[in-house]
Ligand binder design. Structure first.
Ligand SMILES: *Cc1c(COP(=O)(O)O)cnc(C)c1O
Length: 344
């Protein structure tokens, strides 16, 4: 019996993928690196693989690709993070498609009949060739990455830069640039979009034009409910003192599960739509909340993220980004796929 659960709504995932396709009119390279941002790469890939809008998958490194293949994933798997020499045998054996973004990657692939994509740095300042174009019979696609999708002017500059490179190639099977936030640019010359976060219904920008629906709910159980007197210190360091007689609840979810300590004395959890302020320091396995007059009892579920409060909203309170919180969800949190509201 797990005390903390991440529920994954399969239908919502399907709807979001369809909406992304309908908005972009391009098939999706589903980015499931870092264990699908902590959601669970094999669960997510198995949900996505049968969908006609999903062209392929992308992961960070060969090892992640091998894991997906071992779970039975058949669609193409792109390795975003370059090629190290030692990874070439795995790439071959498991039929993975690497992205080449450095001369050393080309060198590693020398003499191997392995198709690859080429990445160009149009202003991301991370991976990608700069100032040269790779011509090779094995090139199966080209890509670039936007660094600041919220900055329209800079993004348009990157898009123009990429277009010039793409034109040099003539016909290419796959050209991709837009991530979840980048979708708003509807780049006319790309053939695919490379999307991760939006699949879960998390909106990566304010005024996001796609009506995504939250597909994730993160919940944990209440393990104690009690009243403490006025002026009572709460949690390590006693950084919070009750202002009056207070009903407090202890939730089985702490920083070891992935709740940022920066939310201590600041964030809130939710019970039936009511906000429960976090009191005192978040601890390793537990977080203390003010229950007020709500009727929550030991054993009840308290929500950390749900329909009303996304990972994006939580991350704003914590001073970080949704990706970081999701990636930090620990293995102690059970991942549970729901279909029609019921456990699969
Ligand atoms: C992670 C990643 C993506 C996906 O980004 P989202 O914001 O999750 O859609 C796309 N492209 C590259 C190169 C990435 O590293």
């Amino acid at each position: 019996m797990k005390r903390a659960v991440l529920e994954i709504d399969e239908e919502r995932i399907g709807e979001n993928v369809r909406k992304i396709y309908e908005f972009s009119k391009k098939k999706i390279i589903a980015v499931v690196k870092a264990d699908a941002y902590g959601v669970g790469a094999s669960l997510i890939a198995k949900i996505l693989e049968p969908m006609k809008y999903v062209d392929s998958f992308a992961v960070a490194c060969a090892e992640e690709g091998v894991k997906l293949r071992s779970e039975g994933i058949k669609k193409e798997i792109l390795i975003l993070g370059g090629v190290l020499k030692e990874e070439v045998p795995l790439i071959k054996e498991y039929g993975l498609v690497p992205v080449v973004s450095d001369d050393a990657h080309l060198e590693a692939l020398k003499g191997h009949d392995i198709p690859f994509h080429v990445k160009y740095d149009t202003g991301m300042g991370r991976l990608g060739f700069l100032g040269k174009v790779i011509r090779d019979d094995r090139v199966a696609g080209v890509m670039s990455h936007l660094s600041s999708p919220a900055n329209r002017e800079f993004s348009l500059k990157q898009i123009r830069e990429f277009e010039k490179i793409v034109e040099l190639y003539g016909k290419l099977e796959k050209v991709h640039m837009e991530s979840s936030a980048g979708l708003v640019y509807r780049v006319p010359f790309t053939t695919h979009v490379r999307v991760g976060l939006a699949i879960y219904g998390e909106k990566p920008l304010r005024d996001y034009p796609i009506d995504l629906k939250p597909a994730l709910r993160l919940k944990a159980r209440l393990i104690s409910v009690k009243e403490v007197p006025e002026g009572f210190p709460i949690s390590y360091g006693g950084t919070y003192r009750t202002k009056k007689r207070t009903r407090i609840g202890v939730v089985a979810f702490g920083y070891a599960d992935g709740l940022m300590k920066s939310l201590s004395n600041k964030g809130y959890l939710l019970f039936k739509g009511k906000k429960l302020p976090i009191l005192g320091n978040i601890t390793m396995d537990m977080t203390i909340v003010e229950l007020g007059d709500c009727d929550a009892r030991v054993g009840d579920w308290v929500d950390i993220v749900n329909e009303e409060r996304s990972f994006s909203a939580l991350s704003r309170d914590a001073g970080t980004i949704p990706y970081e919180i999701m990636c930090n969800l620990s293995t102690r949190v059970e991942r549970r796929v729901l279909r029609g509201g019921k456990r699969v």
